[in-house]
Design a protein around this ligand. Structure first.
Ligand SMILES: [Zn+2]
Length: 385
């Protein structure tokens, strides 16, 4: 931690952690950001993956908070421990204002806004309003034009680079954030309200037929991480880099080998089979994960309800599980019975796995979709030799 003291010009220090440092100097992020180029990434879903894509595609000497610690003390720790001249920081939605004000980022990437665990996170409209204040007159914002709450939040920024990427989840933006009248949605991701609030007409980039389209230029995306959701993440990352002058074709090439991010999408051997781990934490994220499942994979789902997951599992009833139609789903985790009940109501065939040792013997790959602490438990178990 001597680096911290040196960066602050306060001589050789002893042990100064992120918390202690902040207690000494609440403006620590400002000091540690000086002279470095920074990109911030926020949104309800896709932050960790998009941040990793940005780090790879921006080139060597790009660092960040790879451990996923995405609040202020995590940002301080990353900035202290990583001397890279370029940094990509994943930012918890509630902490965006604080870091934007201090870090003077080159770009702020806004992915999406939807409800998270209801008993833990702030209500999503309140967050959008907080962003709106935090982003007032901020430059370098790159934002998802198809998400009405993101547009509402970013409207106050200066010269926003809008990106058109599909948004399936609309339940948090049924009504207009300006006037509360119902929003209407068109078939190609367009949306609008009688009051005039509508998808921005101009945009810098869009996702078309699986490729990144930048006006005249079309850049094919060859990704190992699965699903439309990761094409969306890649388009957001590459669009942001494009606004900084990074060549999009070279940048896209650097994403080709990315096959897992902090255990997400990693495949592990397990009892003679291979299991691919997928993290999904809230209704929008689950819907996307389920739509991205490979047709041939057996599906296991693991749901816990610890503090980090949200104690209240009723969000399972907000989740669109129709992508599971015709499959047999193996239900695990503390809330396996709630999950099995939810899926049964939808007419989906279920098997309950009372413990990991009761996983079914079979052939072929398994996709295991798990929420936060269930994901962590399974990852530890699967990594055990
Ligand atoms: Zn309106």
């Amino acid at each position: 931690m001597n680096t911290l003291s040196r960066r602050l010009g306060r001589g050789e220090g002893s042990v100064v952690g992120g918390w202690v440092g902040l207690a000494i100097d609440p403006q620590l992020v400002r000091a540690l950001s000086r002279g470095r180029e920074m990109i911030l990434v926020s949104g309800t879903n896709g932050k960790t993956t998009t941040a990793e894509m940005l780090r790879r595609a921006w080139g060597d000497d790009t660092g960040g908070n790879r451990t996923g610690s995405n609040m202020t003390q995590g940002h301080v720790a990353a900035l202290v421990n990583d001397p890279s001249p370029r940094m990509v920081l994943e930012v918890d939605e509630g902490y965006l204002g604080e870091i934007v004000a201090q870090a003077q980022p080159r770009a702020v990437v806004l992915l999406n806004l939807s409800r998270d665990q209801l008993d833990r996170a702030a209500e999503v409209r309140h967050l959008a309003l907080k962003w709106r204040e935090a982003l007032r007159d901020v430059r370098g914002v790159v934002a998802n034009a198809n998400d009405p709450l993101v547009v509402y939040a970013a409207e106050t920024a200066r010269d926003v680079a809008w990106v058109r990427v599909p948004v399936e989840w609309r339940k948090d933006a049924a009504s207009c954030p300006h006037c509360t009248r119902p929003l209407s949605y068109g078939p190609s991701g367009d949306w609008g309200c009688e009051c005039g609030f509508a998808r921005p007409a101009s945009f810098v980039a869009e996702l078309i037929d699986g490729s990144l389209s930048l006006g005249e230029l079309t850049v094919p995306l060859e990704l190992k991480v699965p699903g439309e959701v990761n094409r969306v993440n890649a388009v957001m990352a590459l669009s942001a880099l494009h606004t900084l002058g990074v060549d999009p074709e070279n940048a896209a090439r650097r994403l080709r080998d990315l096959d897992s991010v902090a255990g997400r999408y990693q495949t592990y051997p397990w009892r003679g089979r291979s299991v691919r781990l997928i993290l999904a934490k809230n209704p929008a994220g689950f819907g996307e994960a389920l739509r991205a499942l490979e047709p041939g994979d057996e599906v296991w789902m693991a749901i816990n309800s610890q503090i980090a997951d949200g104690r209240d599992p009723s969000w399972l009833y907000d989740t669109d599980v129709s992508a599971l139609a015709g499959r047999v789903v193996h239900c695990a985790g503390e809330r396996r019975l709630d999950l099995a009940t939810r899926l049964t109501y939808e007419g989906i065939e279920v098997r309950v796995m009372d413990q990991p040792s009761s996983t079914p013997v079979g052939e072929g790959r398994v996709s295991l979709v798990a929420n936060y602490t269930a994901f962590r438990e399974w990852r530890q178990m699967l990594e055990r030799p």
